[in-house]
Design a protein around this ligand. Structure first.
Ligand code: MRU
Length: 345
């Protein structure tokens, strides 16, 4: 089954509800910037590139919704739309990358009638979606070359089709390797507390027919010590100019373990996830999510009443622990000169 994480349905955006996968496969429909922002905040859609694509459609939907209003009201409404989307989640830079791109388009056609502006914004959102899949396939080809036939590759969280417009970043590397005739098998960390590994990565790999073994996060060291992991490939939400990598909480732990066991640690990273405006990982905003996600899961609560809870949703892996960044332009060392060169600087 082809996973269409987000799809345009004529007058609305439909997104797979990732909160209820794999038990339920359903699309929810969105028709405004505020509703898309709520879909991002509540993690109906998640994963850095998918969040960016959703935000682009959020802007287009807002323009369509407001296109019959007087010009001043249209402009004020659009500003409110940008603001609500920008406030939905803080860490994945793809959100802000997409909003900036949509704003550039809006500025370029500002003098046109609102319906024409709305159509131009919608076309840009479509283009961002198509581009994302193209970029993922290019990254996949570069990344697949790094994996030996028979490689057993550990991944954390879900950096798959569900986290993008399609194909995936880290899981895209596995898809491309399999497409190239390599036998790779995947070890999926469960990824507490939101269980993206257990619920989403495992589901995606099973759908795809790629062998996958699910482990809890605290089993990664055991597997590495036993010689059962040949490489690690993860996605990322934001890479700082010096190559520090923010990704799902627990990634740093995996990177430290990989270094201890001399296992290559790769990060699949489209250029839209690199933030040259942030010098080091220390400056990356880290989202703190609700305590209930740690207290239990859905309706089941297991932590003692009254306990203090922390729930940082991301951590930062220092560049020195990263073997290479797999980008659509090739695999680079995570250092500032190599990263800037990707942008022609
Ligand atoms: O909180 P999430 O599920 O949005 O976090 C997702 C991740 O951390 C992914 O690894 C990252 O966005 C890369 S997705 C291609």
């Amino acid at each position: 089954m082809k996973v269409e994480t987000l799809r345009w349905a004529g007058a609305s955006l439909e997104m797979i509800d990732q909160r209820v996968l794999p038990a339920v496969f359903q699309y929810l429909a969105y028709d405004s910037a505020a509703s898309v922002a709520e879909g991002i905040r509540s993690m109906v859609v998640r994963g850095a590139p998918a969040i960016g694509v959703a935000a682009a459609y959020g802007v287009a939907l807002e323009a369509l919704r407001l296109q019959a209003r007087p010009a001043a009201e249209f402009q004020t409404g659009m500003e409110a739309g940008f603001a609500v989307l920008a406030a939905s989640r803080p860490t994945a830079v793809n959100l802000f990358w997409a909003l900036k791109r949509m704003r550039t388009v809006l500025e370029a056609v500002r003098d046109q009638p609102a319906p024409a502006i709305a159509q131009r914004l919608l076309a840009e959102a479509h283009e961002i979606l198509v581009e994302d899949i193209r970029v993922n396939k290019a990254m996949g080809a570069h990344g697949a070359a790094l994996l030996a036939d028979g490689a057993r590759v550990l991944t954390h969280c879900n950096a798959g089709a569900l986290a993008t417009a399609g194909w995936g970043t880290a899981l895209g590397v596995f898809r491309s390797a399999v497409e190239a005739g390599k036998k790779v098998s995947v070890i999926a960390d469960e990824t507490r507390p939101f269980l993206q590994g257990a619920r989403l990565t495992a589901w995606e790999m099973v759908q795809e027919g790629i062998p996958v073994t699910l482990i809890t996060d605290n089993m990664a060291g055991f597997m590495m010590a036993r010689g059962e992991v040949d490489a690690v490939v993860v996605g990322t939400d934001r890479v700082a100019a010096n190559g520090d990598v923010a990704n799902k909480i627990g990634t740093y732990m995996v990177a430290v373990l990989a270094r201890r066991h001399n296992i290559p640690f790769y990060v699949a990273c489209p250029l839209s996830t690199i933030d040259l405006g942030i010098p080091t990982g220390a400056d990356i905003p880290i989202e703190e999510r609700p305590a209930d996600e740690v207290r239990g899961f859905r309706d089941c609560r297991w932590a003692a009443d009254g306990v203090n809870i922390r729930n940082p949703a991301f951590d930062v892996t220092p560049a020195e622990l990263v073997t290479g960044l797999i980008t659509e332009k090739g695999v680079v060392r995570p250092d500032e000169a190599a990263i800037r060169a990707l942008f022609g600087e």
